[in-house]
Ligand binder design. Structure first.
Ligand code: SF4
Length: 345
C-alpha cells in the first residue's frame, strides 16, 4: 500500500482509517492534536502513543514538513526565515517583532503570477500553490521562535510570496487549522489576508462570511498608474474592484484596509492623494501607508518624507484613518520575494 500524506485527511477520515487499521477511535484525536495543535514534525515525537502505534503510522503515512533552512536577523529584530519544502522549493516567512508581541508574514504560493512591478516575487514567476500544511508550518515555526524570544505571536498577515486568493481553498483550509480550537486556536480577528484585488475571490470571501480581516494592496487609485505598477488592474480595474469591496463590506459588515506603498514620483503626489480620497468615499476603509524597501534592480525609490507628510495630511483632512508603517528589516531585504530572489530559485 502506498503511503499517504497524513495531514491531507480530515479528522473524521483519519479516524475511519485508523479504526480500519485496528486502532481505537480516541487515538485519532490524540494524533490530530499532535499534528495540528503541537505541530510535530515526526511520528516519534508523538510521545503519548505506543511504539507500535507510531510504527503503524510510519508504515501507512508520510509526515513531511516545511523545513527551516535560512534565517537572517535584522538589526531591528525582524527575522526573515526561508523554508525548504519537501519538493526542494524555497519560500519565505518574516517574523516582525512588536513591543511585546510578534507578527508573522506568511507566503501562500511558491512565486507569483501577478508581476507587480515593485515586487521581487513577481520577478520570480509562478511555481505552485502551497498546501494548507505548508502555510500552517510557517506559522508554527514562527510561533515557536517568537515564544523563545519571550514574545507571543499575536498577528498573522498573508502578505508574503503569492496571491492568497489565487490559492483560495488551501489558504482557507490553513486558516481553519490556525484558528480552530483543536488547531492553533489563534483569533481570526488577528489575521489579515492581503490581496492584490482578485474580485471573484473577494466576493467569495464575503459569501463565505469569513471572520478574518481583508486588506487590499491598492497602491494607486488612478487606473493608468495602477495598470503600470500592478498589471492585475487591467483585468480588474478600479471600478470593478470597488464593486467587489462594496459587496464584501455589505455582507460582512467589516472595514477593509488599503495598503499603499509610497513610490517616489509614481503615486506620492497631492493629485494621487486626492484620487485616493475620492476612491475611499465609497466604503468605510482605513489606509496603511507603507514605506518602500528598495529592491535590487527595481526602478522605484523611497518617497521623500515631505511627499509622505503632504500625502498623509491630505487624507487626514478628509477624515480618513491613516497609519504610516515604517519599514522594518531594511538591512535584510524583508519584503516579499527578496530572500528567494537572492537564493536564485
Ligand atoms: S506584490 Fe503580491 S501579488 Fe504582486 S507580484 Fe508580489 S507577491 Fe504577487
Amino acid at each position: 500500500m502506498e503511503k499517504t500524506n497524513i495531514r491531507a485527511y480530515s479528522q473524521q477520515a483519519l479516524t475511519d482509517i485508523l479504526v480500519q487499521l485496528g486502532e481505537k477511535a480516541f487515538r485519532a484525536k490524540q494524533i490530530w492534536q499532535w499534528l495540528w495543535q503541537k505541530g510535530v514534525t515526526r511520528f516519534d515525537d508523538m510521545t503519548n502513543l505506543s511504539k507500535g502505534t507510531r510504527e503503524l503510522l510510519a508504515t501507512h503515512f508520510i509526515l513531511q514538513t516545511a523545513t527551516l533552512t535560512h534565517k537572517q536577523e535584522s538589526s531591528d529584530g525582524t527575522t526573515k526565515l526561508g523554508f525548504t519544502l519537501p519538493d526542494g522549493n524555497l519560500i519565505e516567512t518574516v517574523l516582525i517583532p512588536g513591543r511585546d508581541k510578534a507578527t508573522v508574514c506568511v507566503s501562500s504560493q511558491v512565486g507569483c503570477k501577478l508581476k507587480c512591478s515593485f515586487c521581487a516575487t513577481g520577478g520570480l514567476g509562478f511555481t505552485r500553490n502551497l498546501l494548507p500544511e505548508e502555510i500552517y508550518d510557517q506559522v508554527v515555526a514562527v510561533k515557536r521562535l517568537a515564544e523563545e524570544r519571550g514574545m507571543p505571536l499575536s498577528n498573522i498577515v498573508f502578505m508574503g510570496m503569492g496571491e492568497p486568493l489565487l490559492n483560495y481553498e488551501n489558504v482557507l483550509a490553513a486558516i481553519e487549522k490556525i484558528t480552530a480550537e483543536d488547531g492553533l486556536a489563534m483569533s481570526p480577528y488577528r489575521l489579515t489576508l492581503s490581496t492584490s484585488g482578485i474580485i471573484e475571490g473577494i466576493k467569495r470571501l464575503a459569501d463565505d462570511n469569513v471572520r478574518f480581516n481583508l486588506a487590499i494592496s491598492l497602491h494607486s487609485a488612478v487606473n493608468t498608474t495602477r495598470d503600470k505598477i500592478m498589471p492585475i488592474n487591467k483585468a480588474y480595474p478600479l471600478p470593478k474592484l470597488a464593486e467587489a469591496i462594496k459587496y464584501f463590506v455589505d455582507k460582512t459588515g467589516t472595514r477593509p484596509t488599503f495598503e499603499y506603498l509610497l513610490l517616489k514620483n509614481v503615486n506620492d503626489s497631492l493629485e494621487d492623494a486626492k484620487a485616493l480620497a475620492v476612491f475611499c468615499r465609497q466604503f468605510p476603509v482605513k489606509i496603511n501607508i507603507i514605506e518602500y524597501n528598495e529592491v535590487d534592480n527595481a526602478p522605484y525609490h523611497h518617497s521623500p518624507d515631505a511627499n509622505r507628510d503632504q500625502f498623509v495630511r491630505y487624507l487626514e483632512s478628509k477624515n480618513i484613518v491613516v497609519n504610516v508603517r515604517r519599514s522594518k528589516g531594511k538591512d535584510i531585504d524583508a519584503a516579499c520575494g527578496q530572500l528567494a530572489n537572492k537564493n536564485s530559485l
